[in-house]
Design a protein around this ligand. Structure first.
Ligand code: SF4
Ligand code: SF4
Length: 375
């Protein structure tokens, strides 16, 4: 079967599950802002369905698909298990060749800038969040197990302190950390900008490189990257030489919260400040780990106030803030208003994208929650 036919079949299978109940509308951030059915999950499902049937996506349909954040809040709400994120990826791949040339150039430029360390490191000093702190890394002679920490393509340059803190925490807990080099991007940026061939090249090369390391666990400190690597398992068909390898890698991957959840954290030095916690969509809706960071924080004596509309995206969403600045800014303003209602001294989160996005307009520091545990 041709690739387009396989994707049509996949799209049909997903679309058929939708019973048009509309429950998802209540939790869709773009529907909440515009009030238009076309900016809702159900509306976009109709758009993709009719466009695939007619083999024609209009420029207006492309606009409504582009406004979707791929936050997956609709998947969390949907009672029928509609795999909306897979469907929108298929829809976007179909429309890619229909884009005006300027849009294509912009998308290509942003994609290459973010995923090519040589280019990204040139602009990083202008947008850097924080430098690494100067404390000596923790050395522990009683190392038990080797773990792989995903470096991420932008995080090591923008906020190196996050993984520095994680390495210290893991060393105190008796784990040796190996970090992936910056060039090993997980493939999410390519995939979300519909450059699936480039994404698959990165994914295969990561799988081959990580298999050789023979580690117990693969840890991600950016929930967006973690979600992508956990999805590796569903990206290859049965019979493909990468099918089993990808599932093996995906099953070994954990968000740092999952890894720390059953560990004794009592020997860590905490930075006791009054915090608000922003739970990234990729953690709550994508990885389905809603509440986990909060419960770890509670066990350590932090009690962040309940945040209104905590299920709604902050507007960061990968490259969304670059391509949809108006909607992104509105979502960020709403999020910051809700996060700061309890007058916290600091906002903590679990994804570099949300962190950078919120920090830009926040009057208080925005950090990764693990940085609280490495004082
Ligand atoms: S996607 Fe799910 S929640 Fe939304 S209309 Fe379809 S079945 Fe209902
Ligand atoms: S992924 Fe998010 S923005 Fe897109 S339709 Fe679903 S809830 Fe709305």
């Amino acid at each position: 079967m041709q690739t387009a036919n396989i994707q049509n079949q996949q799209a049909n299978d997903i679309i058929r599950k939708c019973v048009h109940c509309g429950f998802c509308l209540a939790t869709c951030p773009t529907y909440k802002l515009s009030g238009s059915e076309l900016d809702s999950p159900r509306g976009r499902i109709y758009l993709i369905k009719s466009s695939l049937e007619n083999n024609n996506f209009s420029q207006s349909s492309i606009k409504h698909l582009d406004r979707c954040l791929t936050c997956r809040a609709c998947e969390t709400t949907c009672p029928s298990g509609v795999e909306y994120a897979k469907l929108i990826d298929i829809g976007r791949e179909f429309v890619e060749h229909k884009r005006p040339i300027l849009q294509k150039i912009m998308r290509y430029g942003v994609r290459k800038l973010l995923t090519t360390p040589l280019l990204f490191n040139l602009i990083a000093p202008i947008i850097r969040h924080s430098k690494i702190n100067n404390s000596t890394p923790v050395i522990n002679d009683e190392i038990k197990t080797k773990v792989l920490l995903l470096g991420g393509c932008v995080q090591p340059v923008l906020a190196p302190n996050i993984n520095h803190s994680i390495k210290n925490i893991l060393a105190k807990l008796g784990f040796e950390t190996i970090e992936t080099p910056q060039k090993q991007c997980c493939g999410a940026v390519d995939q979300h900008l519909s450059a699936n061939n480039d994404a698959m090249l990165k994914i295969k090369s990561n799988i081959d490189a990580w298999l050789k390391l023979d580690v117990e666990v693969i840890i991600s400190s950016a929930s967006g990257c973690g979600l992508m690597v956990k999805d590796y398992g569903s990206m290859f068909k049965k019979g493909d030489e990468y099918y089993k390898k990808a599932q093996y890698i995906a099953n070994k991957t954990q968000d740092i919260a999952e890894f720390l959840a059953d560990k004794d954290l009592s020997k860590l030095n905490l930075n006791k400040v009054n915090i608000a916690y922003h739970e990234p969509c990729t953690l709550q809706h994508g990885q389905k780990l809603s509440g986990l960071v909060n419960s770890i924080l509670n066990s350590l004596g932090y009690f962040p106030a309940k945040v209104v509309d905590a299920h709604l995206c902050c507007g960061s969403a990968g490259t969304y803030s670059i391509f949809q600045p108006k909607l992104s800014k509105q979502l960020k303003a709403n999020k910051l208003k809700n996060l700061t209602k309890s007058n916290p001294e600091m906002i903590v989160t679990a994804n570099i994208g949300c962190l950078m996005h919120l920090q830009k307009n926040s009057k208080i520091p925005v950090k990764h929650w693990v940085e609280l545990l490495d004082n």
